[in-house]
Design a protein around this ligand. Sequence first.
Ligand code: SF4
Length: 696
Amino acid sequence: IIEHGQPEHSVITTCAYCGVGCSFKAELQGTTVVRMTPWKDGGANEGHSCVKGRFAWGYATHKDRIMKPMVRERITDPWREVSWEEAIAYAAERLKAVQAKYGRGSIGGITSSRCTNEEVYVVQKMIRAAFGTNNIDTCARVCHSPTGYGLSQTFGTSAGTQDFRSVDKSDVILVIGANPTDGHPVFGSRMKKRLRAGAKLIVVDPRRIDLVRSPHVQAEYHLQLQPGTNVAVVNALAHVIVTEGLVNRAFVEGRCDPKEFAKWEAFIAEHRNSPEYLESRTGVPADQVRAAARLYATGGNAAIYYGLGVTEHSQGSSTVMAIANLAMATGNIGREGVGVNPLRGQNNVQGSCDMGSFPHELPGYRHVSDDLVRHEFETAWGVTLDPEPGLRIPNMFDSAHDGSFRGLFVQGEDIVQSDPNTTHVTSALESLDIVIVQDLFLNETAAFAHVFFPGTSFLEKDGTFTNAERRINRVRKAMPSKVGKDEHWVACALATAMGYPMHYETTSEIMGEIARLTPTFRGVSFEKLDRVGSVQWPCTGLEDDDTGMAIMHEESFARGLGRFVITEYVPTDERTTRMYPLVLTTGRILAHYNVGAQTRRTANVAWHPEDVLEINPVDAEIRGVKDGDMVSLASRMGATTLRAVISDRMPAGVVYTTFHHPVTGANVITTENSDWATNCPEYKVTAVQVARSNQP
Ligand code: SF4
């Protein structure tokens, strides 16, 4: 403001960072944003914000922004700036050449959870209708795909059950594998407010997160489990509930499938699911598990909030279903203050999944093999669609290695930095005939690209984001596109050049098509959102008084009867050994967002200029590591070097780092293990060794 003067006008829009989806007033002088003020009427944030949304938006005008499309023959050639038309024609020609030689299924694409619903929708449509393949996946593959699978299996809907306000009515809050005060700060503050008002807290996490002990907040129980044992701990909680007669029989008999419940009840009551039997595996004292289970089952309204510490495991989907079992068994579903709530990482991870980004699902989570569903889309789009599911991201990499997958379109995701086992990813990309990247910056993945389309920041976009409570918020252009094109124009132009004409006069027109083809979005339009502020899907009525559903599954589950699923605890394949005796787990911090491409280009970088390794004092002393020393961190997959911070937040035997800085390359370390149902990578468990490094 000092530099630019007082704001002259403003635009209400939505933060581009985490899944809380805070509304902001972008205040401008001319076309220059001078301040972001949290919007008091924002449905998700009610006037609150965190340091990312409030201050870390300067990347939108950072000098590293790429402003012109670029192409090159080989990835070793220098980039050549070209016109948009030339870049589109070049990309289409190379994609068509690959398909002519290797078949339709030899190419595919990845959508981004940072992009708007409308941008994601047109990219998946381009892949299915113009490329003629279901080889479409999303970056949610590596974060919340187990949520989609687990909640649809048990409840029938791939989404959280509550709105954020619901926590104000919770008496017991169980946080598992999430760090809300860093990852979802505005909601984390709301949760803390409720805890200060007397709600009881149970934390299940290997790390002592801030919520466990912070001013005026103290967890009743911190079940500090060994990484990789979530299913064992949640099963043990359920075992106590079943064997101590704490099941809510009225709810189970009235709302759930009786046969599935009976099978589950018999399974969970077995001794191998007891806290005592599992104590040596989980590292959690049995008496703590018993006490926590009693509190969850009898303490009043009990809500579960979870994050990537649940999903990014080889048993990610099993843990989501075990959590759903726990909520159903105790009747903690279908009213305020209860529920099962995935805290979504990215601003639009819910929306990117809703928009049909998975290889087996069209928009609205409808399977591509369903003839009626496919017919609906075929009629609307004027094409014949493939009834077979396409490739997931890890399958694309594997197929690249065997030569059957040859071309990739990547929308706003840095797969080289964010996907596991970096060496495997980069060698797959090197083997492709054509890689197209659309992003703000030349990210790590762009090093392997042949075509680069400049993207636009959230301040230049018109559209919608859907947050973790299924709230569809408007994103409004605060300034014109700095690259001269809207981001969805690229997918439309590329589809057209590939032989499938695609064009929309306005972004609102895209939402109109989404609403016509997606039952849960039927009552959504830009005009309505502009009048009512936001709506929560499912929203089916066109009238303004239908603003959607805040609490799901009130009378019955979306699938009819709730389904208990047997969740057998299966230890991860990743084992500590004499060579790799510690377990590495990963997370994020308040000041930064994911791979840091945006926050590293703002003043936030000064608060956290590097990723560090948190190590317990005992493990540090054994290795002669002092606070601030550089250490080497090595796994079976690779090695990196970073600074050690000695901290008793970690139990002995477990170390922790973040992945915000590419120089650290934490994913050089992580393994290829993944969730059995969805291939979500097991980022949270890697056997490692730590040693002092000679590097200064
Ligand atoms: Fe809100 Fe999340 Fe943005 Fe922070 S990062 S302002 S909590 S949406």
